[in-house]
Design a protein. Structure first.
Lengths: 413, 260
């Protein structure tokens, strides 16, 4: 039990906890996965618990300044054995506590040795215990490509953490890791996935290599990069490395290094993380590009309104959008209209023209959208707009949700 | 519509409801309310009691695909499982509209009759999805047993999920609200009405597993990001009652209360 505490404690700063991306019905053993993913619980910090998120071991040879498991940190250390880990996963899975396993690890002895240990644990779980649930494994930078390839055949999703948004910061804070070492396995996994997909088209029983794709995460707020830098990097990762997700993790003061923000008075930049996630969604589902959202003049997000509102206010010439004629992409650009609402609008307007009350029946929330749309050429009755007024109104709308963030906001003004 | 108005009395099953639809069309009557045996309501409309008839029900069910399309059939059969007030009347309105207008009716989301049903069905599927995660089983002599307290009748939607997830296990899941239980074993399954269902208190291994899980649950939260409001948005408190992480094992009853 103490072991579980220590190793879950070490893993909790990993942001990723998704079980999505692959649909698999149960075979002979136990378990299935669903494409939409499934959250089994939510912890006290409001984050989803979907996978049993643990480290294989927290004994580490590296000394990265921002990390709790760094060599120089005085912590109780532990390691699982493959059998313990498999028993634990099966026991939790049977009781429907979890959707699968998220196995990460500190680097113990060498990257190769660590990866081998992880492979043996996952092999035991998959083969002897017949586990068909979701497995997310962390690829260790610097490990032999052949080992990473074997890991990918056992796991549904692989991830390599990019750790920090720039090479400079990486060099300063974790002298043992390099940008190249991180990007090499990422490229390898991308190619592995592409190849396996190609083979699957030809042979039905071709082995599946990380069928749920790969993801990565970086720490926000420990180093001085701007939002623009981070978002551009994120976009490049999606484009070039075909990642499924990029996770952001607001830096929690766990280190004491002089290179890091001071421990006292430091508030984790949760609001910034939130805005980055909102922008990330815009990149992935709303067909926005990073250059549209931020530029040289505005390197950081407006904390008062969400990125889509901010974009809309800066591009009033694009609006109003005519609900009954606009295409899917234009509808998605309207603040307050999301993927679901846009789809429902497209469906419903095939039957007849939409009115504002019709939109309400559809379930479209108008409190933001009303300033940016027309129905059959008319704005909502009784609504007068000046760009200033819209901004003030939208800020007021966000206020209650931001109540918790107040102290941090004040420091930014 | 100038059909004479009737109150329909049926047994509360889906087949029973479909038979009502059949009878209503056959007799050219308009049902203005649907009564079931146990609900204790009285009505001033002339009553008609309808016996569930598999043959007639099947004829209506087959017509759904043809007249309303797959989407429409889904709305009707899921709609019957929702907790929508007067759901039979809403379904009846939707069916009337659907038989008149054909499969395109499901796209008319601004029509109040379609919108009401569609909203209820989305509530149902969303709740079912949440319960795929929030259900907790415990091992009771080799059988996985669990309880839930949903608003809608989610068991039929949960069945394929849990059957695929635990192909080699026997499982029992009880719905407290609707007093039904799902039993599932090696590809065979049944959903049966059940008035009494109580889980035996956990013992031995099961207790250890629960302790482990609670420990994991408490450990995984980051103190610096404590955000109870966000947790409540994602996982409202009405689900907490049946979840292991919020239960504390009571002290053994023998030690606490001793007859004098």
């Amino acid at each position: 039990m103490d072991k579980l505490t220590i190793l879950a404690d070490g893993a909790k700063y990993d942001a990723a906890c998704t079980s999505s991306g692959v649909d698999r019905r149960g075979g002979r053993g136990m378990g299935s996965t669903m494409a939409a993913g499934c959250c089994h619980s939510f912890s006290a910090d409001g984050r989803c618990i979907s996978l049993l998120k643990v480290l294989y071991t927290n004994r580490c040879i590296y000394d990265c300044a921002y990390c709790v498991n760094r060599r120089s940190n005085d912590l109780p250390r532990a390691a699982f054995t493959p059998r313990e880990l498999a028993e634990l996963t099966m026991g939790f899975y049977r009781r429907n506590y979890i959707e699968g396993l998220f196995l990460s690890s500190a680097v113990w002895v060498s990257p190769d040795r660590t990866t081998e240990e992880m492979i043996s644990a996952l092999t035991l779980l998959r083969q002897e215990y017949g586990f068909h649930g979701y497995i997310h494994a962390k690829a260790i930078p610097g490990a032999d490509p052949a080992l990473t390839a074997r890991l990918g055949l056992l796991a549904d999703r692989l991830s390599v953490n990019i750790e920090l948004p720039s090479e400079d910061s990486l060099h300063k804070l974790c002298p043992d890791k390099g940008k190249k070492a991180i990007l090499a396995p990422m490229a390898q996994i991308r190619d592995g996935i592409a190849q396996a997909k190609g083979e699957l088209v030809k042979y039905r029983h071709a082995p599946r290599f990380a069928p749920a794709g790969q993801s990565t995460q970086m720490i926000i707020g420990a180093t001085p990069e701007s939002d623009r830098h981070i978002l551009t990097l994120t976009q490049a990762l999606y484009d070039r490395y075909r990642l499924k997700r990029v996770f952001f993790s607001a830096y929690m003061p766990v280190g004491t290094s002089p290179l890091l923000p001071a421990r006292r008075e430091f508030k984790p930049p949760l609001l910034r993380e939130h805005r980055l996630y909102q922008a990330d969604w815009l990149l992935r589902f709303y067909r926005f590009r990073a250059e549209e959202l931020l530029d040289e003049a505005h390197p950081n997000f407006d904390t008062r309104v969400d990125p889509k509102c901010a974009w809309a206010l800066g591009h009033m010439e694009f609006f109003p959008v005519e609900v009954n004629r606009a295409d899917y992409e234009s509808l998605l650009r309207v603040p307050g209209i999301g993927v679901v609402s846009a789809r429902r609008i497209l469906t419903a307007r095939r039957v007849g023209p939409l009115t504002f009350s019709g939109l309400k029946t559809l379930g479209v929330v108008l409190k933001r959208a009303q300033y940016f749309i027309t129905c059959s050429g008319r704005m909502l009755e009784g609504l007068r707009v000046s760009p200033d007024g819209v901004l003030r109104h939208l800020v007021a709308l966000e206020k209650p949700a931001l109540a918790g963030y107040e102290p941090e906001q004040l420091s930014l003004f | 519509m100038d059909w004479p108005k009737f109150a329909y009395c049926y047994d509360g099953s889906f087949a029973g409801f479909l038979t009502c639809v059949f009878e209503a069309y056959a007799n050219r009557e308009e049902p203005v309310c649907f009564l079931t045996e146990g609900d204790g309501r009285v009505t001033l409309w002339p009553e008609r009691t309808v016996e569930a008839d598999q043959q007639k029900a099947r004829r209506v069910y087959r017509s759904l695909d043809r007249s309303l399309g797959q989407q429409g059939r889904r709305l009707v059969s899921y709609g019957f499982l929702t907790c929508l007030e007067e759901r039979e009347l809403h379904l009846w309105d939707f069916l009337r509209l659907g038989y008149e207008r054909g499969p395109a009716v499901v796209r008319d989301l601004t029509d109040p009759r379609v919108a009401a049903l569609d909203r209820a069905v989305r509530h149902l599927t969303r709740e079912a999805h949440l319960f795929k995660g929030f259900t907790r089983f415990s091992d009771q002599g080799g059988v996985l047993a669990g309880e839930i307290e949903p608003k809608n009748r989610v068991l039929p939607l949960l069945r394929p999920h849990f059957a695929a997830r635990y192909p080699g296990e026997a499982l029992a899941l009880y719905d407290r609200t609707h007093r039904e239980a799902l039993f599932c074993q090696r590809g065979r399954w049944a959903i049966l009405p059940l008035d009494q269902f109580s889980l035996a208190p956990p013992e031995g291994d099961e207790l250890d597993w629960r302790k482990l899980w609670r420990r994991f649950y408490d450990t995984i939260a980051i103190e610096g990001r404590y955000n109870p409001k966000c947790r409540m948005t994602q996982m409202p408190k009405r689900y907490w009652g049946t979840m292991t992480e919020f239960q504390r094992e009571e002290p053994p009853a023998a030690g606490a209360v001793r007859p004098t």
